[in-house]
Structure formats: structure tokens, C-alpha cells
Design a binder for this molecule. Structure first.
Ligand code: PRP
Ligand code: URA
Length: 222
């Protein structure tokens, strides 16, 4: 754990259920996201690549099961994923993380949670949700590039739990200490994966230094 991360963890009583995936390739790509001159196309590409690199690491503990197969030479007992994986992007910005993960895990099912922050109160407003039928024996990955106050992620995790999800992981690219604290309080059972832990939120609830409004930068709005 980096010294700055450790200091922030102690200062903000940050949970240790969180994992910082600070691989050099990921860190380099986050720098491209942070640059204000990075345009929509490059922003999308870098974000999607980061999500794929994170997913590779996050899925390390997914259970496998034995399966009997025939190779061209012999019968053998091999292994395959034992559980369905469900991706749950938080609309809109979480959509920017889906593509590369579904390339890695083509059998993944995808649920959606629509959530936007009220600009005044910073409270999440839910406007849509749709989940696969049976979530109980699945590995759920809730996706959102930004964990700011943590309100949106916490509400999305609750939606997943309401639909019977068992194992849930929260996967965000850039987070603030305030968001980590909120998830730890509301959902102490959840593992949180970040690629960068930033310093703080500003008075408007934006992560500093952060990368701005992720949804707008992915979709070229505003
Ligand atoms: C952004 C982001 C998260 C949320 C994070 O979405 O993608 O969902 O804010 O903030 P929080 O941790 O304080 O809840 P936004 O509300 O801007 O919606 P959008 O993705 O549709 O632009
Ligand atoms: N949502 C974003 O898109 N960016 C932030 O910095 C905070 C919330």
C-alpha cells in the first residue's frame, strides 16, 4: 500500500476491504483520462482498457469447477468458471467499462442500474433498473468509473442485494476517501476495487484532482 494511501486510510478510517490496483499500465492510462485535453475517443478507449486490466485482476478469486472434456488426444478433467458473472454498470458512465470486460468474459450477463446525482443535494436519483433473472449464485461486479460521495454506488449495491445478488464487488477507477467510507458504512461486506484513490471532494462533490465528469467525457455531452 502506498504511503499516501495508508495515510488517507488512517485519516478517514478507510476500510481495508478495499483494493488498490495500481499497476503501471493502469496508472499510465488514468493519467490520459485525467488530462483535460483528452478527447472523447481517447477517453473512451483508455477507460475501457483500464476496466479490462482491472477485471483480469479482480476475477482472480472466482471459483472454478471440474469439467470432463476431450482434447484431440485424450479425455481429461479440466476446469471452467463455476459461476455466472453479472456486470452491473451504473448508467451512464459505468457503460464505458463494459466492452472490454465482456471481451474477457463473453458469457457475462449484464444488469443495468440508472442513477444520476442531484446537483444540489448530491443525492443519487434512481431512474432505471433491470437485472438477470437469477442473481443468487452469481459473481456481481458493479461498475462505475467514479466513486465520489459513494451515494450512487451504495444505492446500486442495495438494488443488487434487493434482487438477491450474493457476491458483489464494486469496481471503480477513481475514488475519494469519502466514497470509500460511505460504502464501508452501508455495505461492510463488499470488496471495493479502485485504480486510484484521490485526495478529496470539492464543494460540488467532484473528485480532486479527478478527471471531471466521467459521463460527459465518455459520451461527449455538455
Ligand atoms: C457520476 C458517476 C457516478 C456518480 C458518482 O454519475 O458516474 O455514478 O456520479 O458520484 P457519487 O459517488 O457522489 O454518487 P452522474 O450522476 O454524473 O450521472 P451520469 O453518469 O449519467 O453522468
Ligand atoms: N461524478 C463524476 O463524473 N466525476 C466526479 O468527480 C464526481 C462524480
Amino acid at each position: 500500500m502506498h504511503l499516501l494511501t495508508l495515510a488517507l486510510a488512517i485519516l478517514y478510517k478507510i476500510p481495508f476491504m478495499y483494493h488498490l490496483l495500481d499497476h503501471p499500465l493502469i496508472t499510465h492510462k488514468i493519467t490520459q483520462l485525467r488530462r483535460k485535453e483528452t478527447r472523447t475517443r481517447d477517453f473512451r478507449e483508455n477507460l475501457d482498457e483500464i476496466a479490462g486490466l482491472m477485471a483480469y485482476e479482480i476475477t482472480r478469486d472466482i471459483p472454478l469447477q471440474d469439467v470432463n472434456i476431450e482434447t484431440p488426444l485424450a479425455s481429461t478433467t479440466a476446469k471452467e468458471l463455476a459461476r455466472d458473472i453479472v456486470l452491473v454498470p451504473i448508467l451512464r458512465a459505468g457503460l464505458g467499462m463494459v466492452n472490454s470486460i465482456t471481451h474477457l468474459i463473453p458469457t457475462a450477463k449484464i444488469g443495468h442500474v440508472g442513477m444520476y446525482r442531484d446537483h444540489e443535494t448530491l443525492e443519487p436519483k434512481a431512474y432505471y433498473s433491470k437485472f438477470p433473472a437469477n442473481m443468487s449464485d452469481t459473481e456481481v461486479m458493479v461498475l462505475d468509473p467514479m466513486l465520489a460521495t459513494g451515494g450512487s454506488a451504495s444505492a446500486a449495491i442495495q438494488e443488487c442485494k434487493n434482487h438477491g445478488a450474493g457476491t458483489i464487488k464494486l469496481v471503480c477507477v477513481v475514488g475519494a476517501p469519502e466514497g470509500l467510507e460511505k460504502i464501508e458504512q452501508d455495505h461492510p461486506d463488499i470488496n471495493i476495487y479502485l485504480a486510484a484513490l484521490d485526495e478529496k471532494l470539492n464543494s460540488k462533490g467532484y473528485i480532486v484532482p479527478g478527471l471531471g465528469d466521467a459521463g460527459d467525457r465518455i459520451f461527449g455531452t455538455r
